[in-house]
Write a protein that binds this ligand. Structure first.
Ligand code: ATP
Ligand code: MG
Length: 288
């Protein structure tokens, strides 16, 4: 029975989609089968795996409003072992269209339950809000991974998310667990990053993944080529860190540890401080 895991944080731009795509691909590289569901109207996971908007006419929106079964819109991707359910901007309307539907919070759940048996993991990429879409994802999930950028207001945002998780556990989904908090875009040369890391680790302890994802320009370049980091620059720090995360994730889920996740978890490379850049730079290797 495949485990359903949401990538959730109401804060925008913290690495949810980057983690969804690259953790999914890393798990597949380790022999797991994964279904990735894009539940964000922005459709970044869909485009990041090479599906442009013309290919997304039937998508998760049609599933949520009851027009089609999720099983009927699963597509293979270029990554062996990885299937996908696409999203489109139609999804912006779903919240309003479902407002009078008394079971609106659990629309996704039965569809996920119907297909999870075919996979080892079902990953759900959430939009940056705690609205109906994220509630649907959490109601349909066994656990959530919280990508978190180590910055000043990180703790405040996290408390709000944890309150929502508490409400979901108390009502819609008592079995929901926090799989882990993942520090993303970590800048090893930035003191604030270390302070925030200490604070988060002191408070949340082992719920925080040992693996940290460094800021790595290769990770921000690969979506424009429609491929995960492993098919763009497999030797980059970004690729190594998502492999380490997959090892740690599998170890937490009782799989035998395949490699030295503990040491690889400490990969820390900063490739530029400040906000993430959209423009490619001269890279850190000959690949890509
Ligand atoms: P949203 O809330 O809008 O859905 P998100 O939480 O899914 O955003 P991403 O889209 O994964 O966040 O990342 C935001 C931006 O930062 C993207 O341009 C992405 O390419 C870039 N990015 C993500 N992780 C890293 C990283 N480790 N190093 C460098 N850039 C990164
Ligand atoms: Mg996203």
């Amino acid at each position: 029975m495949g485990k359903a895991v949401s990538l959730a944080n109401q804060k925008g731009g913290v690495g949810k989609t980057t983690t969804a795509v690259n953790l999914a691909a890393a798990l597949c590289k380790k022999g797991q089968s994964v279904l990735l569901i894009d539940l964000d109207p922005q459709g970044n996971a869909s485009s990041g795996l090479g599906f442009d908007s013309s290919m997304r006419e039937v998508n998760i929106y049609n599933v949520l409003i009851g027009q089609i079964d999720l099983a009927d819109i699963i597509r293979p991707t270029s990554v062996s072992g990885l299937d996908m359910v696409l999203s489109s901007s139609d999804l912006y309307g779903a919240e309003v269209e479902l407002v009078n539907d008394y079971s609106r919070s659990t629309k996704l759940r039965r569809h996920v339950h119907a297909v999870r048996g075919r996979y080892d993991f079902v990953l759900i990429d959430c939009p940056p809000s705690l609205g109906l879409l994220t509630v649907n994802a959490l109601a349909a999930s066994d656990s959530l991974v919280v990508p978190l950028q180590a910055e000043y207001y990180a703790m405040e945002g996290l408390s709000q998310l944890m309150r929502t998780v508490g409400l979901i556990q108390a009502g819609l989904n008592p079995n929901l667990k926090v799989e882990g908090i993942l520090l993303t875009m970590f800048d090893v040369r930035n003191n604030l990053c270390h302070q925030v890391e200490n604070e988060i680790r002191n408070y949340f302890g082992r719920q925080v993944f040992r693996t940290k994802i460094p800021r790595n320009v290769r990770l921000s370049e690969c979506p424009s080529f429609g491929v995960p980091i492993f098919d763009y620059d497999p030797t980059s720090k970004g690729a190594q860190s998502y492999q380490a995360l997959a090892d740690e994730f599998l170890a937490r889920n009782g799989a035998p540890v395949e490699s030295d996740a503990e040491t690889k978890g400490d990969i820390q490379e900063n490739e530029g401080s400040g906000p993430s850049r959209a423009m490619p730079e001269q890279g850190d290797s000959e690949h890509g």
